[in-house]
Design a protein around this ligand. Sequence first.
Ligand SMILES: CC(C)=CCC/C(C)=C(\C)COP(=O)(O)OP(=O)(O)O
Ligand SMILES: [Mg+2]
Length: 451
Amino acid sequence: MPDPGPSPLQSSLPAAVASFGAHVLASALAVGVEPAAGAGPVEPSPPPPPALPTGPPVLTPVPVPVPVPDEGAAAAAAQPSAALERILRGPSGLGTASLHWARSDAPAAPVPAGPAGAPDAPAPAAGHPIPGLYHHPVPEPDPVQVEELSRRIKAWALDEVSLYPEDWEDQFDGFSVGRYMVACHPDAPSIDHLMLATRLMVAENAVDDCYCEDHGGSPVGLGGRLLLAHTALDPLHTTKEYAPDWEASLLSDAPRRAYRSAMEYFLQATTPSQADRFRHDMARLHMGYLAEGAWAQTEYVPEVWEYLAMRQFNNFRPCPTITDSVGGYELPADLHAQPAMQRVIALAGNATTIVNDLYSYTKELASPGRHLNLPVVIAEREGCSDQDAYLKAVEVHNDLMRDFETAAAELALACPVPTVQRFLRGVAVWVDGNHYWHQTNTYRYSLPDFW
Ligand SMILES: CC(C)=CCC/C(C)=C(\C)COP(=O)(O)OP(=O)(O)O
Ligand SMILES: [Mg+2]
């Protein structure tokens, strides 16, 4: 990995960010951290529900310990380096030990296969980072949590939503969604909270695979399928005559069963504005799938900027933006909607998604037809070799990562509200966990021979 260089936390506070809506800041400081869902012991899987379950158990709200900055905005602005460094280091006060933030100061190094040094440390997963890719390594996810989450998500997939036929089991296991979600949400207070993210991740991939890609997907008719599936997240309000047909449709294929069930659990554990934020992000995602499908259908290779615009929508964004729901607290809607926060979220989503383009490059080259990803589009549109295009795509990713970190650091400094600080760290940790999962998922991804 290249030297990450000076921390973005060293950057000075631009006037535009310093003026981050004073009224919003004042109201947010009054709001503080509102738990949306609570910690609890690891629960066994709920019994299989009837065809249309009445709803999962509500997570009991309990306060989540979050450090409150001990200095105001003025003091933080006066000492930007120290204040921002503290934010990115994460909580250290009394009662914060369980918030074991993933980012470490350790220099990045390829993760070797084989047993870990410490006797009780989890064995490092296999896989090498892409040479030159700017990223932050994370500690190995807790194997006990991974095992329990993996057990529970498989039970949900099989018993509650009949997600896949028997012969897809290897692919489901190889996806390693339990390891993915534990790495991305180290501050989740319970397995129940992790399950919120894990069900949605599985459901989102089921829709992508079955409607868009290699498990029967096609651009033909995609708009209709996606819209009807979207009603599992954003329900149809219609007349008595037509409602039963719509309800039955939500059980009629695996993607819709998965969306419907995952959303039902999510609704039980979150506030209406968190749920609506998620719906909006999913509408963005579906619009991105449609643009990708339309270009595949007409065999259009977009310009690089057009591709990046499509990939900003066909994007991991719905995953990091539920970090507060999974953490058991809420980032208030008016703070989430601020342009500075929206820029941070978009840059994080874009960096994580280009990580996918880079790690899935060889898989997509081997798939039938031409699968667009950033290196493929750069090679075609800028007339360079596959290798040069790939290396340029790494640089695009690195620029996005640095811009994300700078924007997040500036916002953290401008808005010393506990929920904002925690949300920004949650997004940053999701970015790092996402890289970890791509790097270590050697079942799914392998690197090209460019170095
Ligand atoms: C989990 C989620 C919201 C996914 C949405 C979009 C998506 C499937 C990706 C960003 C992954 O990209 P891709 O379809 O290229 O995945 P693979 O390369 O096949 O792993
Ligand atoms: Mg890909």
